[in-house]
Design a protein. Sequence first.
Length: 355
Amino acid sequence: MDLNDIEMKLKDSRVPIPDELPHIVGERMAAAFEELPSLTVKRRNKWLYVCGSAAAAFAVCLALLGSAFVSPAMAKSLKGIPFIQDLFQLTHQIGLQTADEKGMMDELNASVTHHGVTLRIPKLVYSGSNIYFVLEQDTDDHLFTNRDFSVNGMVNGEVVDMTVRQGTMKNWGRTGTPSASIVTISHQEFSSKDHTPYRFPDEFTLNLKITLAGMEKDPFMFDIPVKKNETATKIVTSNDPPKEWKQFKISLGKIELTPVMTKLTINEDYAKQDLTKRRERLRYVLEDQDGNQLDSSGSGYGGGIPGTTMVAMHMDMDPFERMPKRLKIKPYLISHETRKKMFIPELEMTVTVDE
């Protein structure tokens, strides 16, 4: 049976939605699942049973039948069906999803096994400032529970100043699939050894020590080759004087624009702040010339700038869909009464992105 015959039979079956899956649809689904090597026979049969008699069955079928039936926008929305969501969508990592779709992530498939537990690093991308990788946990019995873990790293065997961020290892509701998490490693702006500016090399070996809760005596050791992705990156800086308002004084450190993420670094001066009291924390919105916005949402990490009263605060945001021409930095506070954003025009900064 050719594709046109399948299309005609599907169209004939589409209204009304039947109580049982049409035979032709079942045939096509069975064929599609046979082509998926990661699904066992038992799991294929399970999915066929689950999709047996609902409108969702037709959505799944159309997604499997490919671009001849489904528009790009529809195909993107169909990825929201739970059992075919990928980790990047589940964790709202839009930048990593984009990088993966564009083939920017390195395929590593590095793994270490201890006592029937395997940790795997299948994908990694290095933007120059941040290293992102997927960490998976598999077990001999394929029974997965949410699990805490810790990550320590070195660069070419040397201890450097870095920040590691990760969540709990979990399977995100995908029955029978390995638990997984996204790990982000960033470098500090200054070395604690000699207080000089520091950046990761463009190419190096990342030495990782990963410890799972309950297996502290048997850490998982990885030596991962890391190379900066050379896809276009823009670094935006400014020589404008600091902006001041009440106890706040800030200046732009830099904005790093990549297809993977947008990284905003703001130098916050604490000279006028009473550090013995609870302080209000600035948050930031980045807005391009067309009004598209990225929000720091209060997430950030930082380190002191040696010899000053300033802290370099870093905020990782989603990437812009297109490289901006101009950016406005809009600081704000959250109102304690209304929980709404209170923007502070006196602290706004505008910078041009060089072509």
